[in-house]
Ligand binder design. Structure first.
Ligand code: FMN
Length: 216
């Protein structure tokens, strides 16, 4: 235990893999995101589309969890979830949210802030219909973030649902669907030597993206 504590307090990794300058960064943050995402794919980063989603409760208490980014276009970022989950309750009350990606192999972090809306039913259907049958059943079986009496309760429900729905008849439940985060702020972070990291931000002001460098 003491070894672990002294290990984490002494850890000093220097970041040396890249740089990000005002001139390198694309004027359009959506394209800058696409470039870095492509590089994450090319670098074979595991779970590259997993990002941290932060929301805020009606009491002003922040809460974070990982979700998968499933689509993106024109500064819109889509993820799918249960519409009764904690995150959904938060978003219904306060649509401000933040997505954070961390790709350690590239020494990069991206923060994307914005306003979240529900996706259309047609979009949610299209995504749901492409999922494997087991995942579709799982969606029906899970009252996400509500208490279960046991693991067996969940597994029993799955077996019952498999009798109720075949791969041909199963449809998206109304309580599950997509959200789109409409970005109004980005930060691209590239780790540098001696903690002198590069941080380039984009802020949407009067429908125009303004960029600035901020201190590490
Ligand atoms: C790698 C990874 C990917 C995940 N992707 C999703 C996702 O796309 N949608 C989702 O609802 N939960 C996803 N989860 C589970 C969430 O982190 C979380 O446990 C769940 O959504 C309930 O969160 P909430 O109660 O705050 O709403 C993922 C978890 C991990 C570790």
């Amino acid at each position: 235990m003491d070894d672990l504590r002294s290990h984490i307090v002494k850890l000093r990794e220097d970041f040396t893999k890249g740089t990000l300058s005002e001139t390198d960064a694309n004027k359009n943050p959506d394209l800058q995101f696409e470039l870095w995402l492509q590089q994450a794919v090319d670098s074979k980063i595991e779970e590259f589309q997993a990002c941290n989603l932060s929301t805020v409760s009606p009491q002003g208490k922040p809460s974070s969890r990982i979700v998968y980014l499933r689509e993106f276009q024109n500064n819109d970022f889509f993820f799918y979830t249960n519409y009764n989950s904690v995150k959904a309750q938060h978003l219904a009350n306060n649509p401000n949210a933040c997505l954070t990606f961390f790709w350690p192999q590239l020494e990069r972090q991206i923060r994307i802030e914005g306003i979240v809306e529900k996706s259309t039913a047609a979009q949610a259907d299209a995504y749901y219909n492409n999922r494997p049958y087991e995942s579709k059943i799982g969606t029906w079986a899970s009252a996400q973030s509500q208490q279960l009496s046991s693991r067996e309760e969940l597994e029993k429900k799955v077996e019952e649902l498999k009798k109720q729905f075949t791969p041909e008849t199963i449809k998206r439940p109304d309580f599950w669907g997509g959200y789109v985060l409409k970005a109004n702020y980005y930060e691209f972070w590239q780790g540098r030597k001696s903690r002198l990291h590069d941080r380039i931000c984009y802020e949407l002001i009067n429908n125009e993206w303004k960029t600035k460098r901020i201190a590490p």
